[in-house]
Design a protein around this ligand. Structure first.
Ligand code: PLP
Length: 384
């Protein structure tokens, strides 16, 4: 276990005098393997907002684990949460779930690239968004094109962002920022997010609010509500499930499908068509269309360019799906023409000991549920 944990920070980064191995945690306290007790002021780097082992959270988790932990299709809880998130978030219509912050931010980048057909990402200088090649392109072993694809501008400096767009016309897919500068604690300057939005619209790029760390803390509708920002994509993770592995990325309806497959054009990207997309590299290797995506043939742009292999690992990059194993003497052709495999549907048993889950939607609570506006933090936040 080099470094102890995977990610951009590990126990060694805490310095001398801090424990390196923890044995257990309860409420606000953690115990190391030698039995020393500490108050975890860092809340496990952010997610433990209700404290370790909060009874309400743990009983909800236990209930779902008893009902089925790793299910291959969405269930009522997932739908309920998606509805609640959309109802809480005035700027979002769609949700996708992941397991950590990097899942959410990487999904936002993938959507922006698919939607614009462009390769480049812009972030505030030094901002941390994920332990993934697109976000940490200078790590050893990361292909060089990730370094080309990542551009930076100084937090609050709209002139530098404007220059970035001017230097890379038609190449920027997304500008991703946190709601305040996590490096220094600086709040957005008046007009910063409005200017950022205007530049994205002018150049046909998307704006992603990276709310992994700050989400639900400034405002329940997303930090964008607190700062009056208008992003296309919002990424949540830390405060969403009190330490359980869950993240979410939200988007506007216009981003449901890339423009090639969309019936309604996306306002922010339709104003300026990409003049010279650098990605995909050749005309034959265009952005994946739904039909290519579903072909499962493994025929995608990554094949044509070995130097770019591994880039844009979209579903279309997957190898051909494995053949269905024959059973009961059915021929391969018969297997193909037979109904799709899936779980056998059984009739619900009457008199079951488990009462049916009450249907509950959160839509009615949408606009009422607004968060308390907090003051901006001026101090640097030590969590990663
Ligand atoms: C601002 C920010 N974005 C993204 C991430 C990545 O989250 P995760 O480590 O859950 O992938 C972190 C993690 O600390 C973060 O602080």
């Amino acid at each position: 276990m080099p470094g102890g944990v995977y990610g951009h920070q590990n126990g060694a980064a805490l310095g001398e005098g801090h424990p390196r191995f923890l044995a257990r945690a309860e409420r606000a306290r953690v115990w190391d393997v030698d039995g020393n007790e500490y108050v975890d002021w860092m809340c496990a780097y952010g997610p433990m907002i209700l404290g370790y082992g909060h009874p309400a959270v743990e009983s909800a988790v236990a209930e779902q684990v008893a009902a089925g932990d790793c299910l291959p299709l969405p269930g009522p809880r997932m739908v309920e949460l998606a509805e609640r998130l959309v109802a809480l978030t005035p700027r979002a219509d769609l949700v996708v779930f992941g397991k950590n912050g990097a899942d959410a931010t990487s999904w936002a980048v993938d959507v922006a690239r698919a939607h614009t057909g462009r390769p480049r990402i812009v972030r505030a200088r030094g901002a941390y968004h994920a332990a993934r090649p697109w976000a940490l392109p200078h790590l050893p072993g990361v292909p060089a094109h990730h370094r080309d694809d990542l551009l930076e501008f100084a937090w609050n400096d709209l002139d530098e962002l404007r220059a970035c767009f001017a230097a890379h016309p038609g190449e920027i897919a997304v500008v991703m920022t946190t709601p305040f500068d996590h490096q220094t604690g600086a709040a957005p300057a008046p007009g910063f997010f409005a200017g950022l939005r205007a530049l994205c619209d002018e150049h046909g790029a998307l704006f992603a609010m990276e709310d992994v760390r700050a989400g639900f803390r400034f405002h329940l509708g997303g930090s964008c509500e607190h700062w009056g920002a208008a992003p296309d994509l919002i990424c949540y993770s830390k405060a969403i499930a009190n330490g359980h592995a869950l993240s979410a990325a939200l988007a506007r309806e216009a981003l449901r499908a890339p423009p090639s497959a969309s019936t309604s054009p996306a306002p922010s990207s339709s104003r300026a068509a990409p003049s010279r997309p650098r990605w995909p590299p050749s005309p034959s290797a265009s952005a994946p269309t739904p039909s290519r995506r579903s072909s499962g043939s493994g025929d995608c742009s990554c094949r044509g360019s070995p130097s770019r292999r591994g880039a844009m690992e979209s579903p279309s990059c997957r190898p051909a799906s494995p053949r269905r194993i024959r059973s009961g003497g059915a021929s391969a052709a018969g297997a193909r023409s037979s109904p799709r495999p899936g779980p056998t549907r059984t009739r619900p048993t009457t008199g079951s000991s488990r009462p049916p889950t009450p249907r509950r939607t959160w839509r009615g609570r949408s606009r009422r549920a607004s968060g308390r506006s907090g003051r901006s933090r001026r101090r640097p936040d030590p969590s990663p």
